[in-house]
Write a protein that binds this ligand. Structure first.
Ligand code: SAH
Ligand code: SF4
Length: 409
């Protein structure tokens, strides 16, 4: 995978030069921006703190609103940088209140129109969960997952990951002293609208380790977006060597996409299993730092009709997880155009869940949300693929030297 980071103003789809945005940057990234416009080093730390507060606590969209910063510096910042968020190119609202946003990321270079990714907001009675993407597409090819069929793949930058939460808070009116835009869902209990984040959108987060780690640092910082690490869940298809470092460096909750209890079947459903088989995966889980009854690993299991949904498999699932503080999440398969799988029948799911329940795991079936707008797990697949022919051509042209902004599988 290749990632091109351009610090210079880059042309957008419409050819207009855009100033780089400060939104989504780490403290170090904001420090670099200040250095670029000549702010002396001894002043930078204080200035970073001010910017941080305005950007992440208040969510301001203009430098002029940063009243603790002098006019001169505000003008200098505005000349060189912006506070732009990715463009929301589509917003869909499901009959159940789930919202899906299609975001166009700013262009990263002359050959990149700006990738499109999807993120989903799921309001529930006691929480609002934002499902974010870590990559454009995914290099892995799980056979039941729509994202896995997308051909263009690149890692999202830290800013692009953080921007998904910023967009959600903006669209939901979830910053102090701000009004929700027309038509936005407003919780009536006074709480933050986005209370939890799951990395269950597009992409394999552990293949974008640094980008995800830095984004989580920004998101969980208590001077800004303040979303605690216990409220952030990283879901992986099983990149075994990165599971320990995830616990040590990010300290978030962990979810494992298990989906099968035998290696032969898991090899087929989650091809990464050929590299990291079930035994190794569960060993890494057993060693996940900080596990306790209050901090359990979620095991996700997609219910595929006639494939992985027998009573014997339910019993084997329970046996395999013995000794690991675990939750089990049964996910009814969400179909997408062209898939060869079907969702298990409801009575089969109930039977499977009963076996799991009797072994001590509570209410494990995940209600599909936003199915009508193709927002449910595994249904995300952005239109970026439509660019593939053009992008491939550019890749060929670029082979001579320039770094491509997008990488094909
Ligand atoms: N790449 C990571 C995170 C994104 S996928 C991972 O695989 O864990 C988030 C969850 O949705 C995973 O458990 C994935 O297996 C599941 N999923 C993918 N396609 C699905 C589908 N069509 N129906 C239901 N769940 C699906
Ligand atoms: Fe990638 Fe996860 Fe989909 Fe597998 S399930 S293809 S790892 S996004």
């Amino acid at each position: 995978m290749t990632e091109t980071v351009s610090e210079m103003a880059a042309p957008a789809a419409d050819g207009v030069l855009r100033r780089p945005s400060l939104v989504g940057r780490t403290r170090a990234g904001l420090g670099d921006a200040l250095a670029e416009i000549g702010v002396p080093e001894k002043e930078r730390r204080m200035r970073v703190g001010q910017l941080w507060n305005w950007i992440y606590h208040y969510g301001v969209r203009e430098f002029d609103a940063m009243t603790t910063i002098g006019k001169g510096l505000r003008a200098q910042l505005a000349e060189r940088f912006s506070l732009d968020l990715p463009e929301v190119t589509a917003e869909q609202v499901s009959t159940d209140g789930t919202r899906k946003w299609l975001l166009r990321m700013p262009s990263t270079g002359p050959h990149d129109r700006g990738a499109e990714i999807e993120c989903v907001y799921i309001p529930e009675v006691d929480r609002g969960t934002l499902c974010v993407s870590s990559q454009v597409g995914c290099t892995l090819t799980c056979t039941f997952c729509h994202t896995g069929t997308q051909r263009l793949v690149r890692n999202l930058k830290t800013e692009e990951i953080v921007a998904q939460l910023m967009v959600a808070r903006e669209r939901l009116g979830d910053f102090p002293n701000r009004k929700a835009p027309d038509g936005a869902f407003v919780p009536n209990d006074g709480g933050r609208f986005v209370s939890n984040i799951v990395f269950m959108g597009m992409g394999e987060p552990l293949y974008n380790f640094d980008g995800v780690r830095d984004a989580i640092d920004v998101i969980s910082d208590d001077q800004g977006l303040s979303l605690g690490r216990r409220r952030i869940t990283v879901s992986t298809s099983g990149v075994v060597p990165q599971i320990g470092p995830l616990g040590e460096e990010m300290g978030t909750m962990l979810a494992i996409s298990l989906h099968a209890v035998r290696d032969d079947l898991r090899n087929e459903l989650v091809p990464l299993n050929k590299k990291y088989p079930i035994k190794d995966l569960l060993e890494a889980c057993r060693n996940y730092p900080g596990l306790s009854n209050a901090k359990r690993i979620t095991f996700e299991y997609v219910m595929l009709k006639g494939v992985n949904d027998s009573d014997a498999e339910a019993r084997e699932l329970v046996r395999l997880l013995k000794g690991i503080p675990a939750k089990i999440n049964l996910i009814p398969f969400n179909p997408w155009p062209g898939t060869r799988y079907e969702c298990s029948d409801w009575d089969r799911i109930e039977r499977f869940s009963e076996i799991v329940f009797r072994a001590g795991y509570a209410s494990p079936v995940r209600t599909p949300r936003g199915r009508d707008i193709l927002a449910a797990c595994g249904q995300l697949k952005s239109e970026t693929e439509k660019l593939s022919a053009r992008a491939r051509l550019m890749l060929e042209q670029d082979e001579a030297g320039a770094t491509p902004a997008v990488a094909a599988e």
